[in-house]
Design a protein around this ligand. Sequence first.
Ligand code: NAD
Length: 279
Amino acid sequence: MTDQLVPRIQLNDGLSIPQLGFGVFKVDPGETERIVSDALEIGYRHLDTARIYGNEEGVGRAIAASGIPRQELYITTKLWNDDQGDAATVQAAFDASLERLGLDYVDLYLIHWPTPARDRYVETWRAFEQLRDSARTRSIGVSNFLAHHLERLIGETGVVPAVDQIELHPYHQQPETAAFAEQQGIAIEAWGPLGQGKYPLFEIPEVTAAATAHGVTPAQVVIRWHLQRGHIVFPKSNRRERMAENFDVFGFELTNDEVAAITGLEREGRVSAHPDEVD
Ligand code: NAD
């Protein structure tokens, strides 16, 4: 299995991103280097981390040890809520993330949450534009922005994010935000793509029937559903065999009916915090 099989999604800034990657939320800092090294050996080239995960150093060590040329990797990190603010504040937080990662640029930098109670995301976004102009982040985007946050951001700055990384899995597909993003040319990154294991997704008949029909696992069906819906995904696992399973999703294709049946599972089943309430 190699990264050659992973399609790339074209972004609105002219750059592109591997559609399948590996996420490291809740990967223990002490184990991150080993786990990310496993992921790179399996073939993952797109890694999604964040300052608040506390494991940027481990990600950086795994990258350095891998010997993989930097241009073959796609690295995302995120600005934490406390670091929203003026250009100097954002720049300092960004520099610290780069330092921990041991990199001289990232491919994508995201505002982690809108945190509307702070009311600083528009100012923060202007600082993101400067970071992108300095080429130390190639693309800039947001995370957990609902349609109304995106609307305000774009309305006040005229700069459209390249991606919006939102909670998205079969029970919670955020149709309103996804439709607004599509209309604006913003790519959707689906976090918690497997529902974070918080509901029995792998026992739902629409999922298990497709798994049986294609001779694959329910997790592979759900990842394949995301890919065929056009989402960028980076499922997380600490277990090497599951990392390999989650990457082995290019040998089959769901039918349109199977995709539609899983899309039909939507029920506003958020498993994590509401973006208007996180501070
Ligand atoms: P996920 O949906 O990827 O679920 C991960 C869990 O699913 C694992 O801990 C494991 O228990 C289970 N799992 C994984 N592979 C499996 C398999 N093949 N079979 C059975 N079970 C399996 O949840 P996530 O880690 O929260 O989301 C993925 C990534 O999204 C994160 O690692 C992180 O990079 C990103 N994320 C971003 C935000 C944000 O606010 N921007 C929030 C959460 C996660």
